[in-house]
Design a protein around this ligand. Structure first.
Ligand SMILES: Nc1ncnc2c1ncn2[C@@H]1O[C@H](COP(=O)(O)OP(=O)(O)OP(=O)(O)O)[C@@H](O)[C@H]1O
Ligand SMILES: [Mg+2]
Length: 480
């Protein structure tokens, strides 16, 4: 039971500390209270100095009142009884007056001691008053100080010597009252400021963020689009922008859904078409066995055309499978991958094309082996097809793959001595379905290359293309 209670308490404590650490409203409340308290302290210190000066002036005034009677006599000092009363009333050890250039001691208790401070009330500055008030507040209670100042009505200079304990008692009492009052005011002001900030800032932010949460769960739901208030300030602008953004997003999502539906329909049609074409392929294969010379002449062309159609539908279906899987990267020997590509394309034994693999044997790339294979395959096949298809009588047809490492990047170059890429193809070579010039090509090869490289954080560019050949430049950075 005890353990449960402790765990419960710990849970509450953890929730509280989390609220303090994360909650904007709690942070605001604490900060406002601290700032108001700082402002109160700034007022509190000078007000103590002011209180002290008033207290001293009050005592000098009491002494001045007694001096009116005393000045009428020619006595050196007040009588013993009157002197005692005056010392009591002014809480002083000594009372003196200076008028018309003559100083007279009115009363003294006879107590002696060192005077630690001389306070001239006529020439005191604000800063000096604060400093001497503070040292007085913490002085030895029995220490003595001397205070004097000119009286406004009689123009006499009154002077008192007092022990610190009386003024200290009054000052501490005043300080306690003011401190208590300051605390009350700071709590009250902090609460007011907090309430205002809560309504003006925190509440709208909570509304906005909870709307964002809800919206992100079902962004298609039109009723969840934020309804902005009529505010004209920054929060109002943020609300309006959020509403506009959510509206745009819903429209984009609707468009995307339509495109996805369309893509699915195309894929289905393609799929069935491929099956039909496969049957046609089967029948046309049989045609080749017929002895009819006309059939013998046209059958290979028919077969080639159907083969192309099957390839085409297959590529479209592959592309329609939408997103490529994220690359599974590892260190691989680039030279080996390039040789695999050449092997598949029959380049190593090709009589028409000379294959050169200039990649250093120890060069490693940080990439998905399967995807890198597809990248190089597409590029090499394009170069191979371009050199075979074009009329390049007498030219040495060479396909070269080279690579080097620069810091954390591997730079690969695929270079051919083909006819070059025409300008109108170059512009849209990386756009799916648009870059192809071949009768059987789908125009997806380069788009796929670009997509796979981007997934690796890399890039591709055409570093050279003219009538003497083409060079592609690929960059594959290592993983961060
Ligand atoms: N090395 C090259 N030399 C000349 N032209 C090229 C070269 N590489 C690409 N091309 C041109 O760019 C076009 C687009 O290439 P891409 O690989 O995207 O499509 P494709 O080869 O036509 O079709 P597929 O999707 O079957 O690869 C090609 O049709 C070709 O005209
Ligand atoms: Mg291609």
């Amino acid at each position: 039971m005890k353990l449960e209670e402790q765990q419960q308490k710990l849970g509450i404590f953890k929730r509280l500390t989390r609220a303090v650490q994360t909650g904007l409203s709690v942070k605001l409340l604490i900060l406002t209270a601290i700032f108001v308290l700082i402002a109160e302290i700034l007022i509190f210190v000078p007000s103590i100095a002011n209180f002290r000066n008033d207290w001293l002036k009050e005592h000098l005034l009491t002494a001045e009142a007694a001096s009116i009677v005393y000045l009428d006599t020619n006595d050196l000092m007040l009588s013993e009884g009157a002197g005692k009363d005056l010392l009591e009333a002014t809480e002083a050890i000594t009372v003196a007056i200076r008028r018309d250039g003559i100083s007279r001691l009115m009363a003294t208790s006879g107590k002696t001691g060192d005077i630690t401070q001389h306070i001239d009330l006529d020439n005191s500055t604000a800063f000096g008053s604060i400093r001497s008030s503070m040292s007085m507040l913490f002085a030895e209670p029995t220490s003595q100080y001397r205070v004097f100042g000119t009286m406004r009505s009689s123009h006499a200079i009154m002077e008192l010597v007092q022990e610190a304990k009386y003024i200290q008692a009054s000052m501490w009492k005043y300080a306690r009252n003011v401190a208590f009052l300051s605390l009350l005011i700071s709590i009250f002001t902090a609460a007011l400021v907090y309430l205002a900030l809560y309504r003006l800032i925190v509440l709208p932010i909570i509304r906005i963020s909870s709307n964002m949460d809800e919206f992100s769960k079902t962004p298609q739901n039109a009723s969840l689009v934020y309804k902005p208030t009529k505010r004209l300030d920054e929060i109002g602008t943020a609300e309006k922008r959020l509403a506009a953004f959510q509206g745009d997003l819903q429209q984009t999502l609707r468009q995307r859904q339509r495109l996805a539906d369309l893509g699915l329909a195309v894929s289905k049609i393609n799929h069935d078409l491929r099956n039909i074409l496969a049957s046609a392929q089967l029948f046309s294969d049989r045609l080749t066995s017929l002895p009819d010379p006309t059939v013998q002449r046209f059958a290979p062309k028919l077969i080639k055309t159907i083969d192309r159609a099957v390839d085409y539908t297959k590529s479209v279906i592959d592309y329609g499978r939408a997103l490529e899987a994220p690359p599974k990267r590892r260190k691989l020997i680039l030279n080996v991958v390039a040789n695999d590509v050449a092997d598949l394309l029959g380049l190593e034994n090709s009589l028409a094309i000379r294959w050169r693999n200039d990649i250093p044997l120890d060069l490693q790339a940080d990439a998905d082996p399967e995807q890198l294979f597809r990248i190089l395959m597409n590029l090499c096949r394009n170069a191979q097809q371009a050199m075979i298809d074009a009329n390049l009588e007498g030219r040495d047809k060479v396909l070269t793959v080279s690579a080097e490492r620069l810091h954390n990047e591997v730079h690969i170059k695929v270079c051919d001595t083909g006819p070059g890429i025409p300008d109108h193809v170059k512009e849209k070579i990386f756009t799916p379905f648009e870059g192809s010039t071949k009768s059987g090509g789908t125009g997806l090869g380069m788009a796929i290359v670009m997509e796979l490289l981007k997934a690796h954080g890399g890039s591709i560019s055409i570093s050279k293309t003219d009538e003497t050949g083409t060079e592609f430049h690929l960059i594959i950075p290592d993983q961060a």
